[in-house]
Design a binder for this molecule. Structure first.
Ligand SMILES: Nc1ncnc2c1ncn2[C@@H]1O[C@H](COP(=O)(O)OP(=O)(O)O)[C@@H](O)[C@H]1O
Ligand SMILES: [Mg+2]
Length: 179
């Protein structure tokens, strides 16, 4: 089904649920017959941006490159689901300006809960000093000052968060009519 392209951009701490939510929504949008692509920090950092580290400068470069890809896909009618910590307001606004049809989702979750989940064991390593420049531990995360959607994954189920996002997309006119 023809639909307008957009980038749904998930920002949040490691372990907040960006990838889990983006994967779930990708499945849902595909079922509706939409053209969908996923861009995920962990995967992009093994390919497109494998030369980059986690300094402020490299985090910005990482997002700049991904934004370039998201922009091309978006203007070709793809629903892009991008999941990146993307910790700075300045780079989030850069992506918004470049992509245009950009919807920022703040995947809000307390650092305590993220550390408890620790799905990849990274907080443990960061606390032990084995990983440096880890967001929330020894590197900053700026709360988004201009999110379009906020989900609170330490208070909602993943299904509830998904419904909030889909409803918002529908209200913004990004979902094709089901009739
Ligand atoms: N309400 C929730 N919303 C999203 N994820 C949740 C929720 N409750 C528990 N989780 C779990 O938390 C983990 C989040 O990991 P992940 O999606 O990889 O985070 P991120 O991509 O933000 O680093 C997943 O294992 C997910 O199943
Ligand atoms: Mg992830």
């Amino acid at each position: 089904m023809e639909h307008k392209g957009f980038t749904l951009w998930f920002t949040g701490l490691s372990g907040s649920g960006k990838s889990a939510l983006a994967d779930l929504i990708a499945r849902d949008l595909k079922k509706r017959g939409m053209k969908v692509e996923r861009l995920d920090g962990d995967i992009v950092r093994q390919s497109l941006t494998s030369d980059l580290g986690f300094s402020e400068e490299d985090r910005i470069r990482n997002i700049e490159r991904v934004t370039f890809v998201a922009k091309l896909l978006t203007r070709n009618g793809v629903a892009v689901l991008a999941s990146f910590i993307s910790p700075y307001n300045k780079i989030r606004e850069y992506s918004r300006k470049e992509i245009g049809d950009y919807i920022l989702v703040y995947v809000k979750c307390s650092l305590e809960e993220c550390m408890k989940r620790d799905p990849k064991g990274l907080y443990k390593k960061a606390l032990a000093g084995e990983i440096k420049q880890f967001t929330g531990i020894d590197h900053p995360f700026e709360e988004p000052d201009n999110p379009d959607i906020i989900v609170e994954t330490d208070k909602q189920s993943i299904e509830e968060s998904k419904e909030i996002i889909l409803k918002a997309l529908e209200q913004m006119g990004y979902l094709p009519n089901n009739n």
